[in-house]
Design a protein around this ligand. Structure first.
Ligand code: ZN
Length: 207
């Protein structure tokens, strides 16, 4: 799934808190919404180093989110609600990745059995491929569906942010496959010794 899909899914958690607890910080300031969006993005910051393993913790983020939610419930403040939403969104992201495609560079071929790493189980969780790959048309559909509750509940900068995320997603979906064709052409044109020096993960499927 696209990072934007994950961010929009995380923000849905903030929307739920804002609707169920209209007196809470989630409804009063945009900070908890921002924290949820960042939590939804955060695991994918490992894109260049051990992607879907280094910062993806399907079990541990969930285990951390539980006490954080409890603290936010007992002592609600902008800080505690934001921390709880950040961790819950990061947990949701890590779990959602199991429903997407594998780690290969052409994930629409469906050849990888690695979707997301569970440090708790010490193994890769296989891809379910409900969303075949990040940037697939159904990925954009999911992003659109996750955007709806937020667009309905919030306006102003939050709404603008959601539209921006959808715009970025749409462009990414259009470019997803052409980008790989460009990368393939580039790797094909490079001398062997240059390709040898590139990180294996970014060239292995192009050889
Ligand atoms: Zn991810």
């Amino acid at each position: 799934m696209m990072a934007t899909t994950h961010a929009l899914a995380g923000v849905v958690l903030a929307v739920v808190v804002a609707v169920v607890f209209p007196e809470s910080a989630a409804a009063a300031t945009p900070i908890p919404v921002l924290a949820a969006a960042l939590g939804g993005l955060f695991p994918d910051f490992d894109l260049y180093a051990g992607h879907r393993k280094t910062l993806h913790f399907p079990v541990y983020f969930s285990a951390l989110a539980v006490p954080a939610v409890a603290v936010a419930a007992v002592a609600p403040s902008t800080l505690t609600v934001s921390v709880a939403l950040f961790l819950a969104a990061a947990a949701l992201h890590s779990a959602m990745d199991a429903l997407g495609g594998g780690l290969e560079l052409k994930p629409w071929l469906g050849t990888s059995e690695r979707a997301v790493y569970s440090h708790y189980h010490s193994r890769w969780i296989p891809p379910r491929r409900w969303i075949r790959y990040d940037g697939a048309p159904e990925d954009l559909l999911a992003a659109g569906l996750f955007a709806l509750p937020t667009l309905y509940v919030f306006d102003g900068p939050i709404q603008l942010g959601v539209y921006a995320a959808l715009g970025v997603s749409a462009v990414y979906v259009l470019l997803r496959k052409p980008m790989v064709v460009v990368a393939q052409t580039a790797v094909d044109a490079m001398p062997e010794h240059v390709v040898d020096r590139m990180p294996e993960r970014f060239v292995e499927d192009f050889r």
